[in-house]
Design a binder for this molecule. Structure first.
Ligand SMILES: [Zn+2]
Length: 92
């Protein structure tokens, strides 16, 4: 091998998976974080699984919760208006 042009090679580079599994590989990076590994990939586990990259599922759930809150609020307001109208009509 030519000297000075090859990156440092780590024989026991640590890999940490999102599922909690850790293992070692040979790599030029000493430490890596990954989302799937052979322990949790659906192909190996045979189970269906949502692979959540960048927390997209979490973001979607938050957005959904926000929308439901807004909907509940607007429904309450409509109820109040209706009740007021009914009261006013009773007075007449
Ligand atoms: Zn994994």
């Amino acid at each position: 091998m030519k000297k000075g042009i090859h990156p440092k090679y780590y024989k026991n580079a640590k890999v940490h998976c999102a599922c909690g599994n850790t293992f070692t590989v040979g790599s030029t990076k000493e430490y890596m974080e990954i989302e799937v590994c052979s322990k949790c990939h659906p192909l190996y586990t045979g189970k269906e699984k949502v692979i959540d990259t960048m927390g997209r599922v979490e973001k979607f759930k938050q957005r959904l919760a926000k929308k439901e809150k807004l909907l509940a609020k607007s429904k309450e307001k409509k109820k109040e208006k209706k009740e007021k109208k009914e009261k006013a009509s009773k007075k007449e």
